[in-house]
Design a protein around this ligand. Structure first.
Ligand SMILES: [Zn+2]
Length: 136
């Protein structure tokens, strides 16, 4: 399970064990990823670029934008905007947890979150078991 962190060869620098386990997470890498993600999201929120993307897609498909298409595109852009705000809050919360050494701990059952899950989504706040429960 530790293999995914070993290939970087930097496992010991900036690493900290997940609370209650001996599993190490490279918090420097995680912080870097989260900061980059935050910048990207913030730029997208600032420029609202998704709106133009959606319109371009629709035009490519139909050749001409109908009123319905335009309304749909606007609704989609709004949904994307909300999703981004939501993601930004998640990223900010994850960075906060890194500072508080709370990172990698399930917010529900307080067990450690599988490092592979965190590698896939550094903003994950629930372990797989609790996330599955929350979905059902
Ligand atoms: Zn849990």
């Amino acid at each position: 399970m530790l293999d995914i962190f070993c290939h970087t060869g930097r496992r010991h620098r900036g690493s900290q064990p997940i609370p209650g386990t001996s599993i190490l997470i490279n918090t420097d890498d995680m912080r870097e990823r989260l900061l980059k993600l935050r910048d990207k999201l913030q730029t997208m929120v600032d420029t609202g670029d998704q709106a133009s993307e959606v319109v371009e897609l629709d035009q490519g498909r139909s050749g001409r934008l109908t009123r319905m298409d335009a309304m749909q595109a606007q609704a989609m852009a709004q949904a994307f905007g909300q999703r981004r705000q939501f993601m930004l809050r998640r990223v900010a919360a994850a960075l906060e947890r890194l500072e508080n050494s709370d990172f990698g701990k399930c917010q529900s059952c307080e067990k450690s979150i599988n490092p592979k899950r965190l590698e896939f989504d550094p903003t994950a706040v629930l372990c797989i078991e609790c996330a599955e429960k929350a979905e059902h």
